[in-house]
Write a protein that binds this ligand. Structure first.
Ligand SMILES: Nc1ncnc2c1ncn2[C@@H]1O[C@H](COP(=O)(O)OP(=O)(O)OP(=O)(O)O)[C@@H](O)[C@H]1O
Length: 320
């Protein structure tokens, strides 16, 4: 449904996108995550035909976003990160207005507006003025707006930002319904947990590049290639630290209060080797376990790795 090939966008000398190659299959919910300034909005604006790439190409449903921009617009619904709403219009009038913009016949506009208000849980607010809706309701109305022409692909730029937890959940539920309806959805956020439960595929952007992509499980596995071990000893702390520091599979060692946090490469056999090394030196080990990573840590790890392995500055894994 979406394909980009060596997509680049520069603002003056600044390269906001650097040879971006990504693919989103039809029917997929694609979570596009990355820290502020990573290039998510720039990519989405190019796909939505609002911005021209400096070089490279992008296609939506096999249509070139530059050469066939009008056709692309017919099959996408784009929700920008900030959008204006019109005063002096009720929720229903607002949707009818957008339906008119898309050339939908007069007789159908009200019906479509009412159906969409129902879908986004705003049926009771059809006569409420848009400017008096809460932020969460405005976001849902904004989503309804992107649907008036029944697009195949939704491009949603940080739709849940600024929403409270309840409103986020409500929003997520609506997206789940849209997924069941077979829509392809590309949704951005700088918060991975917000998307993890919703998306089939996650693409992680950092500094204009796609630094990881795959299912949440695949990305987690990728981030865990460097595991962190938590080791507690009853004595011989310095000796244990020294031994670990000289082991080739140990990437870094930190002391945190009474425990040692050792970042190691390799699989579980490395852990066996390190544990027997400690025991054979008569170091009284009372705890030797791998720390668990939560989804936020995974995100930090992946983006930090992309910046040249600065993970040694701190340990992202949480200790449960
Ligand atoms: N019109 C512009 N002129 C100059 N630089 C820009 C312009 N638009 C974006 N940029 C820069 O391009 C980079 C990517 O911006 P973009 O908005 O795509 O990031 P983002 O991942 O969407 O970030 P956020 O999560 O903060 O919305 C940023 O460094 C931004 O400052």
């Amino acid at each position: 449904m979406i394909r980009t090939e060596n997509l680049c966008k520069s603002y003056g000398k600044f390269e906001a996108l650097k040879n971006l190659n990504l693919t989103v299959d039809k029917g997929t919910v694609y979570g596009f995550i990355g820290p502020n300034g990573a290039g998510k909005s720039t990519t989405m604006q190019i796909l939505a035909t609002l911005l021209k790439p400096t070089s490279g190409r992008a296609w939506v449903g096999n249509l070139d976003v530059v050469e066939q921009a009008d056709e692309v617009r017919r099959i996408i619904g784009y929700m920008p990160d900030f959008f204006g709403v019109y005063d002096n219009l009720t929720s229903l009038e607002y949707l009818e207005f957008y339906a008119a913009c898309y050339g939908i016949h007069k007789h159908l506009r009200r019906k479509i507006g009412l159906e969409l208000l129902e879908l986004v849980g705003l049926a009771e607010k059809q006569d409420t003025y848009v400017d008096s809706l809460s932020r969460g309701m405005k976001q849902r109305l904004g989503l309804a707006r992107t649907l008036v022409h029944d697009p195949e692909l939704l491009i949603l730029d940080e739709p849940a930002s600024g929403l409270d937890p309840r409103a986020r959940i409500e929003f997520r539920e609506i997206l789940k319904e849209l997924r069941v309806m077979g829509k392809t959805i590309m949704i951005s956020s700088h918060i991975l947990p917000e998307l993890a439960s919703l998306c089939d595929v996650i693409g992680v952007m950092d500094q204009g590049e796609l630094v990881a992509s795959g299912s949440v499980e695949e990305i987690t596995a990728h981030a865990r290639q460097g595991r962190t071990l938590e080791i507690r000893v009853l004595g011989g702390l310095e000796e244990a630290k020294e031994y670990l520091e000289t082991s080739p599979q140990v990437l870094s060692v930190h002391l945190e209060q009474e425990k040692i946090l050792a970042k190691v490469s390799g699989d579980e056999s490395v852990q066996v080797e390190l544990l027997s090394g400690l025991v054979s030196r008569n170091i009284p080990v009372v705890r030797f376990s791998e720390t668990s990573m939560n989804i936020e840590d995974v995100f930090l790890q992946v983006t930090r790795d992309s910046q040249g392995g600065k993970e040694h500055e701190s340990i992202a894994a949480t200790v449960e």
